[in-house]
Design a binder for this molecule. Structure first.
Ligand SMILES: *Cc1c(COP(=O)(O)O)cnc(C)c1O
Length: 415
């Protein structure tokens, strides 16, 4: 039976099967036709503790009976107040204000608008944004503008705004990236902000770079008065082995974007955290200086309750121990694979390329791998030639073994 649904990142003309999932628990998805699928990419990087965490599910149910939704301009509610306070306590002291939205892309839009508003309200208008080669910051026009250009956004390129791009700090050529940034900082038209994904470029192919590069970029931002926006939408909530990736570089950004794991992966919610001067640049008795952004579901109470429950899980369960265990198990299994190149790991994420293949996203390899894993009841979604494993922290050993077993078979059969 055909469906009227138009799926994201899906070429319906290829008639690839679209499994119907009706239940999930831990690292497993259960399809309507009775299959058990291992979710080895945390349902597109959102599920941290596993599907259906009882504490988060209970908080959602409880909140739904109290307050479902309320306008957030000029009104507030306890789940949002508690969450904002908890996020401020959890993150470095310099981050003092929390702006809510509902997806990673909007948290980035908000960050960019905060940065431009900051300069504008100080009567030093700046609008150049510096980005890192190969980045991904979402699929809205602003998010695409600051992200890598390619086949996936070619049709919209005429509408994307111009940015300055730093070469990726590959091991051995980090200085090229730092030098390029310094040149831009000294240019007559000073950048408003540098936006980057700390340590790991997710959708750009799980490319990883050293924490010291981030430390140096932060130092350059400070020296030249350029705002640093850290997009931790993917790297946040333990993914890279620490709660946030910025910790490994010992830096605090001016603006921090969080989403995906914020609710443990249960409901859509995002926050953009800002340092006091950015908030204060918008603080005035002049209404024209207020921050002009909102979405209908800003700080939805049920989503905030889910995020509060997620934070309680972090506080009260041995989440860091689970992550450390997974980091070790991922390293062991990655080391045991042969026929791969560029094997790399950042915390709970492993990635590599197959030895004998090209690297174009639209090449046939990605879809063939996708089908191969789907037929073996494993949810892996290679980025072109790049295979990566990013499971929920609760994944059991035998499921992880099945994932790596299927990868080993794929290398032999289609690599
Ligand atoms: C997923 C992602 C986004 C976009 O988040 P959505 O919730 O899909 O809009 C932005 N930045 C990074 C680094 C991401 O991984």
């Amino acid at each position: 039976m055909s469906s009227p649904i138009w799926h994201p990142f899906t070429q319906h003309g290829l008639n690839e099967p679209i499994p119907l999932v009706d239940r999930a628990e831990g690292a497993a998805l259960y399809t309507a036709d009775g299959r058990r699928i291992i979710d080895a990419i945390s349902s597109w990087w959102v599920t941290t503790h596993g599907h259906g965490h009882p504490r988060i599910m209970a908080a959602i149910a409880e909140q739904a009976h109290k307050l479902d939704q309320i306008i957030f301009a000029g009104w507030t509610h306890q789940p949002a107040e508690d969450l904002a306070r908890a996020l401020i306590d959890l993150t470095p002291e310099a981050l003092t204000h929390v702006f809510f939205s509902d997806s990673g892309s909007t948290s980035v839009e908000v960050a960019l608008k905060m940065a431009l508003g900051f300069w504008r309200n100080r009567d030093e208008p700046r609008h150049r944004i510096v980005v890192m080669e190969g980045s991904y910051h979402g699929d809205t026009i602003g998010g695409m503008s600051v992200g890598a250009r390619g086949a996936f956004n070619r049709a919209y390129a005429p509408l994307l705004f111009d940015v300055d791009c730093l070469p990726f700090p590959d091991s051995g050529s980090e200085q090229l990236c730092l030098d390029a940034f310094e040149v831009l900082c000294r240019a007559p038209e000073r950048p408003a902000a540098l936006i980057l994904e700390p340590l790991v470029l997710g959708a750009g192919g799980m490319r990883m770079y050293a924490p010291w590069v981030l430390t140096e970029l932060r130092a350059l931002c400070e020296r030249h008065g350029v705002l640093l926006i850290a997009d931790e939408v993917m790297t946040g909530w333990g993914r890279t082995g620490t709660l946030f990736a910025c910790e490994q570089a010992g830096i605090v950004p001016d603006i921090l974007c969080l989403s995906k794991g914020l609710t443990g992966g249960s409901l859509p919610l995002a926050v953009t955290l800002a340092r006091a001067p950015i908030f204060e640049a918008h603080l005035s008795d002049d209404r024209s200086k207020l921050f002009f952004h909102s979405s209908s579901y800003t700080a939805n109470p049920i989503a905030c309750a889910a995020a509060n429950a997620n934070l309680a899980v972090w506080r009260e369960e041995p989440v860091m121990e689970r992550i450390e265990g997974l980091v070790r198990k991922q390293a062991e299994r990655l080391a045991a694979l042969s026929g791969i190149v560029n094997a790399r790991q950042a915390g709970t994420i492993t990635a590599f390329e197959l030895e004998r293949s090209g690297s174009d996203y639209l090449s046939t390899l990605g879809p063939r791998l996708l089908a191969f894993f789907r037929e073996r009841d494993i949810l892996l979604r290679p980025l072109g030639n790049t295979v990566y494993v990013m499971p929920p922290y609760c994944i059991e050993d035998r499921d992880l073994d099945r994932v790596y077993g299927a990868i080993a078979d794929a290398i032999v059969e289609i690599g």
